[in-house]
Write a new protein. Structure first.
Length: 540
């Protein structure tokens, strides 16, 4: 039987209250001794959970019975495995929910096994090969991380007793969490398998993943369990999370040594970080899970997951370090470190040299400017963006470069990907698809990212000060939020953030041969893409 791809998976509590076909992903917390043969089919029984791994019992999970004529097609599950099941049937048996995979139906399964050598998320799939989706893999990996701290999922004495009454369940849910596992800690004191509160400075932040954010945090204390960052090494990740793409040469800008903790932020914390955090922000993080990856000898790292009981709870706060007790201690340690770091003295010398060079370039550019249409800037020479004394974005003319030569100041991400010509982008093939009803159709869009080299021939709006636009926000600023020029928090309680939004008209490099028509394309640039291009935050 040919099966169709399943809908998005549901949580185990949702599956327990459902009836009919569902897709689930859960941690195997209990497995019947072995597969047994019932009439003409083989069967394996196991229980799944995706939360409350430490409550000492497994009866509150979803019991699964998987039937198959061929024993080799049964999922070879073990306790602690994470398994994906697509389109299982949830029914009632003796008054309790039961997930059934009948032998006459092909129920796809994929097992994600948390072994020390498990460096990627390539699963064991059956009974026929298939590839789980990216969201399924990501959720399975998060369950492995969440369940890794529990030595056992069941306590024998608890399993012999009947399920607790509703009153006892309510009292357990409302009971406060132990304060011993949630306490403020300096990075030098964090230990594996603990939950801590941290206050620190953001050294690096990577937001190019759609489901999570990688945050590098320091409080200028040393922990021997952390990664050792060196001044002359390219330590911070510049490519993708699996290191498929090569890194660009970029020196580590944070404190040297074992002072920086990498923290993975999952939703909803990831969305907050993308919008509010940047390098140099001072933050307070609550309930950070300290752990190690499954690679042997890996350094300590942190993770912040969604709270299942309070999914909207935000555990990240921007702080004004000068008005916060722990923030002031952080600033003191920060000052002591950078006064002793040789890079600070070198940076001061470079800043002084750069200031003299900038004044010389400005005086030369004033004599070289030609009169143009009001508000429109010439594109005949390469340009550099700077901020003048009034915090306005201006263009500064620089020396001319060779024809078809890329500006060194303009960089694009993913340097290992080859460039695509404008003609190939405009003439890209559309995807043909066949529906489950065998109807052929063309997908009316292409979800593709290209890397290309273009020449900018025009831009809009014509005035550069109009490149940044205000973005109204419905959220009031938090009382402990750090106020800066980028966010422009007004006293009226309305938060105004500035965002890049402009359009570039581009053509191929090198230009088209003489006599042929020039192909051009409009590029709409905004948000983080514009910040990468201009290397500036949008401001008024």
């Amino acid at each position: 039987m040919v099966y169709e791809s399943a809908a998005r998976h549901v949580s185990i509590p949702t599956a327990l209250s459902s009836s009919g076909l569902v897709s689930v992903i859960g941690v195997v917390v209990d497995v019947f001794d072995s597969a047994f043969q019932s009439s003409r089919s083989w069967c394996i029984t196991f229980t799944l959970k995706d939360a409350d791994f430490g409550n000492g019992h497994v009866w509150d999970g979803l019991k699964i019975k998987y039937f198959k004529d061929n024993r080799s097609q049964l999922p070879p599950v073990r306790v602690r495995d994470v398994i994906l099941l697509r389109n299982i049937t949830v029914t009632k048996f003796n008054g309790r929910p039961l997930g059934v995979a009948p032998d006459e139906t092909t129920i796809p399964w994929a097992i994600f096994r948390p072994e020390p050598s498990f460096v990627d998320i390539s699963p064991i799939c059956g009974p026929v090969p298939f590839e789980p989706s990216y969201s399924e893999k990501s959720y399975a990996l998060s369950l492995i991380d969440k369940s890794s701290n529990f030595k056992s999922f069941r306590i024998t004495s608890n399993e012999k007793t009947a399920p607790p009454t509703q009153r006892s369940v309510n009292s357990r849910v409302s009971a406060p969490r132990p304060k011993a596992n949630q306490r403020f800690s300096l990075i030098k004191d964090v230990e594996e398998r603990t939950f801590v509160d941290l206050t620190g400075e953001v050294v690096k932040i990577f937001t190019n993943d759609s489901e999570k954010v990688a945050l590098y945090l320091t409080d200028y204390t040393t922990n021997e369990g952390l990664h050792n960052y060196t001044i002359d090494a390219n330590n911070a990740r510049e490519g993708d999370q699996y290191a498929y793409l090569s890194r660009s040469k970029r020196q580590w800008q944070g404190p040297a040594g074992r002072m920086t903790l990498q923290i993975t932020l999952w939703e909803p914390h990831a969305s907050f970080a993308r919008e509010h955090l940047k390098e140099g922000s001072f933050v307070r993080l609550r309930n950070v899970h300290i752990k190690r990856s499954r690679i042997e000898g890996a350094p300590l790292e942190g993770a912040m997951h969604c709270d299942r009981q309070n999914p909207d709870e935000m555990n990240i706060r921007l702080i004004d370090a000068k008005n916060d007790e722990r923030g002031r201690e952080l600033l003191r340690r920060r000052k002591e470190y950078w006064e002793s770091d040789p890079r600070k003295r070198k940076a001061e010398e470079m800043e002084e040299t750069s200031s003299r060079r900038s004044k010389s370039q400005k005086s030369q550019s004033k004599t070289a400017k030609a009169k143009k249409e009001e508000g429109q800037t010439s594109l005949s020479l390469p340009k550099k963006y700077e901020i003048n004394k009034t915090s306005k974005l201006i263009l500064v003319q620089t020396a001319a470069t060779k024809p078809n030569q890329c500006l060194e100041t303009v960089q694009a991400s993913n340097p290992s990907i080859r460039c695509t010509s404008l003609a190939d982008i405009l003439d890209g093939e559309f995807h043909e698809n066949i529906s489950p009803n065998q109807i052929e159709y063309r997908i009316p869009f292409q979800n593709v990212c290209y890397r290309a080299t273009f020449r900018v021939v025009d831009f809009f709006p014509p005035k550069l000060e109009d490149f940044a636009v205000p973005e109204e926000s419905d959220h009031k600023p938090r009382p402990d939020a750090e106020v800066d020029e980028t966010h422009n928090f007004h006293s009226a309680g309305c938060s105004i953030r500035w965002q890049w939004r402009f359009c570039l008209l581009v053509e191929n490099v090198p230009p088209h041969p003489h006599g042929e028509s020039s192909q051009r394309m409009k590029l709409f640039v905004s948000g983080a893409d514009a910040e990468c291009l201009l290397k500036l935050d949008a401001a008024e």
